[in-house]
Design a protein around this ligand. Structure first.
Ligand SMILES: NC(=O)c1ccc[n+]([C@@H]2O[C@H](COP(=O)([O-])OP(=O)(O)OC[C@H]3O[C@@H](n4cnc5c(N)ncnc54)[C@H](O)[C@@H]3O)[C@@H](O)[C@H]2O)c1
Length: 394
């Protein structure tokens, strides 16, 4: 009896160990196969298809600006690999939809966080990126009152993790990244020029972008990274950001809901230098094309590298009330306007870019006025959210 019991135990143990061996093997093969598959996807996506093209790591590729820049780069034959954490600051299904669009153009977006240093190292191992277009960030001014740490996590800690990966990469890529017009903060001298003081931010978002300008300067100075910072002025257009006024106004007007319009000091209208996405994309590509090269290697600087900052705006501010008038005309609907005093939560009364530096150095020339750009946005919005079909059925 005892003998049979022993035999049964021995048999069961060897069966279980065989099973776990099989499971281990299959797990090993599955994970190593998917690792190889993942690396191939990254390599193929980063492959350059034109002579003297570039391979670009685009962070925030599933975002508004990132998706447009990625498509433009791919279209002209550059290699593009995206990185995005698909966070839920706004509806992630819009990010997934942008991702599908990118996939259909053979652009692979890696789902991951800027703070994942191991993932960044793997990406630089897989592709010798010539450029990094850094657009991932916690955007938006008002959300900082709700979740201040998300700005520190992405715009400061994430930026440093990315720059560490860039400085250690061999070759070092040139870095072009999105700062913001918000760095001008309480500056009252108009139009805003790159040479103006930017030491009075009005929001935590602005403060993290200003910090980014100083952090990137350090990496340029110590490690020889080529750095270009772009101060975008209120970017709008198809596939835009639902948290921005032009987007939420459109949604509310269509749903018959009121819209809140802020009024500045002395009952003055707020104004923004609204800049159409295609113009911004041209500015980004112009910056990548003129970035020069980083000079460091093995984490050490070998000579001076370019450090540049440019305003990318439209140079023609428009009052927010006029923006609503234009939307009403395009939507053929009247807005229910609820006009209130601007709360002290980080917004500034107006923005106006001087772009002479970008014109001179990047050949930047915005050509889309707000009327034309909003028409394109509204057409996209109606189609994306199915209003055209709904009207057809009704
Ligand atoms: N849109 C504008 O008007 C405007 C104006 C000034 C500056 N900017 C700057 O331009 C850049 C792009 O803005 P956008 O309008 O496309 O915003 P967006 O929010 O649509 O895109 C940013 C993307 O980055 C991703 N992301 C955020 N944190 C991340 C992290 N830690 N790791 C990986 N991915 C992360 C998000 O998921 C998102 O898809 C941002 O840096 C923003 O601050 C935008």
């Amino acid at each position: 009896m005892f003998f049979w019991a022993l035999l049964l135990i021995a048999f069961t143990a060897s069966y279980l160990s065989f099973q776990s061996f099989v499971e281990y093997r299959s797990r090993y093969f599955t994970s190593s196969c998917s690792a190889i598959q993942w690396e191939n996807q990254v390599r193929n996506s980063g492959h350059i298809h034109r002579s003297s093209g570039m391979s670009v790591l685009v962070t925030g590729a599933a975002g508004f600006v990132g998706s447009h820049v990625s498509l433009a780069l791919k279209k002209r034959g550059d290699g593009v690999v995206g990185l995005d954490n698909f966070n839920n600051y706004y509806d992630p299904s819009l990010k997934k939809a942008r991702n599908l669009l990118l996939n259909s153009h053979r652009i692979f977006v890696v789902e991951g966080d800027l703070n994942d240093a191991k993932l960044l190292a793997k990406l630089f191992d897989a592709v010798a990126f010539t450029h990094v277009m850094h657009l991932a960030a916690q955007a938006g001014v008002r959300y900082a009152m709700e979740n201040p740490n998300s700005y520190v996590q992405s715009n400061i800690a994430g930026l440093v993790t990315l720059l560490e990966a860039c400085k250690s990469a061999n070759p070092q890529p040139a870095v072009v990244w999105a700062s913001s017009s918000s760095v001008y903060g309480l500056n009252e001298k108009i139009p805003f020029s790159e040479a103006d003081w930017t030491d009075q931010p009005a929001s935590l978002y602005a403060a993290t972008k200003k910090a980014g300008e100083e952090i990137t300067h350090t990496y340029n100075h110590i490690y020889g990274l080529s750095i270009t910072g772009l101060r975008f002025f209120t970017v709008y257009g198809p596939w835009g950001r639902p948290d921005m006024a032009y987007f939420s106004f459109t949604r509310n007007i269509l749903q018959g809901k009121p819209i809140t319009i802020f009024r500045g000091k002395n009952q003055g209208d707020l104004a923004r230098d609204f800049t159409y996405i295609d113009d911004i994309v041209k500015g980004c590509l112009g910056s990548l094309d003129t970035s020069g090269t980083s000079t460091g290697s093995g984490g050490k600087k070998r000579g001076p590298a370019p450090y540049r900052i440019f305003n990318l705006g439209n140079t023609s501010p428009v009052r927010v009330t006029e923006l609503v008038n234009i939307l009403e005309r395009h939507l053929k609907l009247k807005a229910k306007r609820n006009i209130v005093d601007m709360p002290g939560n980080g917004d500034v009364p107006f923005t106006h870019a001087n772009i002479s530096l970008a014109e001179k150095e990047l050949g930047f020339e915005p050509i889309t006025d707000l009327q034309t750009g909003l028409n394109k946005f509204v057409r996209w919005y109606l189609s994306y959210y199915g209003y055209n079909n709904r009207n057809a059925v009704e």
